[in-house]
Design a protein around this ligand. Structure first.
Ligand code: NAP
Length: 262
């Protein structure tokens, strides 16, 4: 793998992914941009090629389509110039779970879960063999907050956090860095695409600020980066509370409150 690896970014046609493309190009990395809208990616790519001189491939792919996902996975398996995967493509789904159609549920799971896991699975063995590289998965604070009323979207993002933490434990010792990035409300097209009322949006972070903060975490090799969380001690306490339960999961006797119900 070359000193400065190529970076494959999914969902690079807009929002957070497009900012990642800009930032990695300015750091001198060659890019592979993946999304459905090839025209938008070509426009971004020609600007970045002219301004930075890096090489950029544009790959049109619908990551909910099995053969498109296979093609991107093959590229990740076989192209050993690619040393960083930014698993960013994702969508949200408004409305309550009981009102969401079966097709919409399957589609969101295909994009936010299956594609994320499949692409990480495609690149992980090669990076582990090389003993270097990075996988960045874009989750969401919604994955920590069922209270926010986005049940299916939040569940997919809880998956992304868990996958990232598990992969960090598995791949970290092999030299592969895995980062989960958890944005909160960020000004991108995701809101309009998921049918949100644009007049009633909460205050939003700018995508550029989100990505620049996420890259500070990336450079520090943080396993979980939550740009909107000002009190980092709260995350540490949350992790501590979770880890404090782990020894108890090894007991073979049900807890007293279930053996002796009042
Ligand atoms: P966005 O502007 O809507 O970007 C989503 C990207 O994903 C676009 O490039 C889109 O490109 C691509 N995409 C959507 N469906 C796709 C498909 N089937 N196949 C391939 N690419 C697809 O929204 P964003 O906010 O930047 O979203 C990026 C990530 O941030 C997502 O994972 C999202 O869940 C996460 N996030 C966002 C927020 C927020 O408030 N914005 C908060 C937390 C987490 P095409 O349409 O060209 O395919």
């Amino acid at each position: 793998m070359p000193d400065l690896p190529s970076v494959l970014i999914t969902g690079a046609s807009s929002g957070i992914g497009a900012v990642y493309a800009d930032r990695f190009a300015r750091r001198g990395h060659d890019l592979v941009l993946v999304a459905r809208d090839a025209q938008r990616m070509e426009t971004l790519a020609s600007t970045l090629r002219a301004e930075t001189g890096v090489s950029i491939d544009v790959v049109k792919a619908d990551l909910t389509d099995a053969s498109d996902l296979d093609a991107v996975s093959r590229r990740l398996r076989e192209d050993d110039r690619i040393g960083v995967l930014i698993n960013n493509a994702g969508a949200s789904l408004g409305g309550g779970f009981a009102k969401q159609s079966g097709a919409d549920v399957q589609n969101l799971i295909a994009l936010n879960i299956s594609a994320v896991a499949g692409l990480a699975n495609a690149i992980a063995p090669r990076l582990a063999r090389a003993g270097t590289g990075a996988i960045v998965n874009i989750g969401s604070v919604v994955g920590l907050a069922p209270e926010f009323g986005l049940t299916l979207y939040g569940a997919t993002k809880a998956f992304v956090l868990y996958l990232s933490q598990g992969l960090a434990l598995e791949l970290g010792p092999k030299g592969v860095y895995v980062q989960a990035v958890l944005p909160a409300g960020t000004r991108t097209e995701i809101w309009g695409r998921s049918g949100a009322d644009l007049d009633t949006l909460p205050p939003l972070m700018e995508a550029a600020d989100l990505v620049d903060a996420a890259l500070v975490g990336f450079d520090r090799r943080e396993p979980v980066t939550i740009p909107p969380l000002h009190d980092a001690a709260q995350w540490d306490a949350f992790q501590g509370a979770r880890q404090a339960m782990l020894p108890g999961f090894g007991t073979t006797v049900p807890a007293k409150r279930y053996r002796d119900p009042a």
